[in-house]
Design a binder for this molecule. Structure first.
Ligand SMILES: Nc1ncnc2c1ncn2[C@@H]1O[C@H](COP(=O)(O)OP(=O)(O)OP(=O)(O)O)[C@@H](O)[C@H]1O
Ligand SMILES: [Mg+2]
Length: 346
């Protein structure tokens, strides 16, 4: 049953009492002096006004003592402390409202806790993985150095080769340390932008050249689909290089053998929309809402060797948000994915 508003409740109670009092009074008058309509009416009005006043006052005191604080606390927690606390309106269903607020508050809290617990789990996995996987290159570097020290250095057939292998392991370690560095930055929310005007087409060409060797290994074709050779934007070129690198690397890592990735620019009113489209394995719909979260990976079982730490897209989103721009994804499993973001036109 829906709760009554304090005013309605007070009215009902006072009406009930009034009827009782008036009936008793009228009966008393009747036995003593005979029936008198005027007095009976007066008694009715007098009684209803006074009892309504007292009861409403009593309920308000009660609500004030017991509920106002709870209500305000929950309401403020929900909307954030910046907003003015709403006042309680006595003609509203206050108890029902409080109940709804509490249920709503509970739901939001639960969702938030779930999200944080998940993120904490990703984070634990990531830290576990990274320390485990740092060991692999460290031990191999150690192995190469020891072999070189124990005579390998003079052996022309292996010395160069072992040094190259050691260098590869060092690079792997640098990648991981860079990841850690990125997390530190993400978590402390520091990002300084160096905004300049630049040609997005040139920058995209550079990024494509830099990742082409990886694409070749999977026979993936990377191309820019654009008529104009000049698309000027205002942004932090180094950061946008990272955005495009991460998106293109993903399109290669999760792309299919012999596939293709295209980058396209669209001229919007004030912005340029950049679309990175692949025909790779795609992403299930259930993953899309969480894709840009830190450490989130679709395939959790996959080791770092054939994928990453789940930071790439979180970094991308963070960079674009620092530019006050947004990123979106469309994807269907088995068909491919399209990531699109905007940048301010120069
Ligand atoms: N183009 C894509 N096609 C299919 N799946 C993708 C694509 N891009 C990202 N994903 C999925 O989204 C997940 C998150 O991507 P993200 O770039 O954030 O992390 P990562 O590639 O796993 O690691 P990192 O980029 O930090 O090396 C990936 O693990 C992958 O499962
Ligand atoms: Mg990635």
């Amino acid at each position: 049953m829906r709760n009554l508003s304090p005013k309605a409740l007070a009215f009902r109670l006072s009406l009930f009492i009034t009827l009782f009092v008036t009936a008793a009074g009228a009966l008393f008058l009747y036995t003593a002096y005979g029936f008198h309509l005027g007095y009976t009416l007066l008694m009715f009005i007098f009684s209803i006004v006074i009892s309504y006043g007292i009861i409403l006052w009593g309920i308000m005191q009660f609500i004030d003592k017991k509920f106002r604080l709870i209500y305000k606390t929950i309401h403020n927690l929900k909307v954030g402390l910046k907003r003015e606390p709403t006042s309680l309106d006595m003609s509203e269903d206050i108890f029902g409202k409080i109940r709804e607020e509490v249920i709503e508050w509970d739901k939001t809290n639960r969702r938030e806790i779930e999200r944080l617990t998940d993120q904490e789990e990703f984070r634990r996995d990531f830290l576990g993985n990274i320390s485990h996987e740092l060991k692999t290159p460290i031990f191999s570097i150690q192995g190469y150095i020891l072999t070189l020290l124990e005579g390998g250095l003079e052996d022309q057939t292996i010395n160069r080769n072992f040094l190259q292998k050691a260098e590869k392991s060092v690079n792997r370690m640098i990648e991981m340390v860079d990841d850690l560095d990125e997390i530190a930055k993400l978590e402390s929310n520091r990002m300084e932008l160096n905004v300049q005007q630049f040609n997005l087409v040139d920058l995209t060409k550079e990024v494509i050249e830099a990742v082409e060797y990886k694409a070749k290994r999977k026979d993936i074709r990377l191309s820019i689909l654009n008529n104009s050779n000049i698309v000027l934007v205002k942004a932090d070129a180094a950061k946008i290089t990272q955005v495009l690198t991460n998106l293109l690397m993903n399109s290669i890592n999760y792309g299919k053998e012999g596939g293709k990735t295209t980058v396209k620019f669209y001229d919007l009113a004030e912005n340029i929309l950049i679309e990175v489209k692949d025909d790779g394995k795609g992403i299930g719909e259930e993953h899309l809402p969480r894709l840009f979260e830190r450490f989130y990976r679709v395939d959790k079982g996959r080791s770092r060797a054939d994928g990453g730490s789940g930071l790439g897209l979180a970094i991308v989103k963070h960079i674009l948000e620092a530019h006050l721009q947004t990123i979106n994804v469309r994807s269907s499993l088995g068909k491919g994915s399209t990531f699109s973001f905007t940048l301010k036109k120069a």
